[in-house]
Design a protein around this ligand. Sequence first.
Ligand code: ADP
Ligand code: GLC
Length: 514
Amino acid sequence: MNVLMAAPEVFPYAKTGGLADAAASLAAELARTKHKVLVVLPFYRTVKERFPAPSAGGPFEVRMGGVAFAGMLRRRENVVFIECDRFYDRPELYGTASGDYPDNPQRFVFFSRAVFEAARLCGFRPDIIHCHDWQAGLAPVYLKTVYGRDPFFAGARSVLTIHNMGYQGVFPAEVMRMAGLPGDLFNPEGVEFYGKMNFLKAGIIWADSLTTVSPTYANQIQTPEHGFGLDGVLRKRAGRLRGIANGIDDCLWNPARDRHIPENYSPGNDLAGKAACKKKLSSLCGFKDPARPLVSFVGRLSYQKGADIAAAVAGEAVSEGVNLLFLGKGDERYQRELEALGERYPGGVYVRVGFDEEFSHLVYAGSDIFLMPSRYEPCGLGQMIALRYGTPPVAADTGGISDTVRNYLPLSGDGTGFLFPEASPGSLRQSLWYALCVHRQAERWEGVIRNGMSVDFSWRKPAARYLEIYKEALGQVPREKSPVPAPLRGPRPLKGSSTLKDTGSLKGPGPRLD
Ligand code: ADP
Ligand code: GLC
């Protein structure tokens, strides 16, 4: 089978979040099988500067709004980059802290079309075009329209993976014309969304199969609380939708071999290496009392991730004897809020605003507790990485977190972390205090650490599930019956969440439902 993977970000080339890791790891795992994978992503400035790639064909042309735009291909092994400097030679991927790039519709219409041009120029006849998120959301429509008559793509089927319903790529109606799509698709059964054009909705409707990144989230997005206006469309397409929890790259994220940490450790040894990591991290952060429990947050600074919820309990946590660390990048207002917090509690709260992959390894390894107060979480990789590094999460019981963290049970000693039912400061506070009490009981705590470190979060099983989905889409095996949605647990519906605007500039346009 030939799988063309179209993703707006892929690790290590370009990354703002877990999508980059998921796309890279899935592609790598599939490439280990007998199947062929071609990964396609834009040739952003960050790629250009750090990953020289020889030219691999072109120029090709994409017409948008009557104007022809030229693109070129670059290639490193099975990864093909779409080069078009006017769209991708920018400091960031989707926008800066103050907002999205205004020409994002052009940038990703171009990308969704260029994917087909790249396949053709590389002589790679795809059986499956696997698209990720709104940025590639139009590719399934193009497969059924513009490229539908092209014999090169005859028999190809599309799969769309939804990594986050909070980002849908919603743009003014006139983008239809620029995208070269027939006007009769602009209706409520098509790409129209409250008078605008919605790229993710297009993908949801036209993809042959749909997946999202955890079973719980697959259920949640069919409800008004988590569907961000598309729950009805998703309910209609439920027979095509599956939830497959991500894994993590267990070579890259392996405390026994990690080159970014001062000492390695594994569940088989005495965890002394973890203590050395904490020592190094504490000294880098300048904590006054490095013996205190170290509680850390790593993530995009957006409404979704709830860094503000963690910030709301920071003062209390510090006065209760905790050191706090925040590593994040995102919306300006959260960046400012956290920086102010760091200044208010010098030696007790350390804040690093920025994206620092290498430092994040030391944070996962050197912390005692990982905080994840997400308001919603499609899958979440942070909690899995933290578990692998022996850092039990204190996390909101939602989405993929519910599917990957087992709540601690004091009687049996089972469990890998501490889940709280509602993304609120009160709920987080209680769960954190509980975790800190267990932390004081060395033997019990070590049990929780070891439980977490022994879970298999590799990509082997998820990749096998994706192969099944591809076969279903190609009609090679009958479609599995769609699972009956399980009753949802986790956070109560957030008041007004269906109208929230998680525009998160680092991820591009959100639903903008107001
Ligand atoms: P999301 O994709 O919603 O941002 P995930 O938990 O799926 O969240 O994945 C986030 C990934 O990005 C993890 O690998 C995490 O370690 C990483 N990450 C997030 N913010 C930063 C940062 N500021 N510096 C380094 N790594 C980060
Ligand atoms: C999204 C989600 C996150 C998920 C990641 C990779 O960005 O917010 O929960 O882990 O995609 O699928």
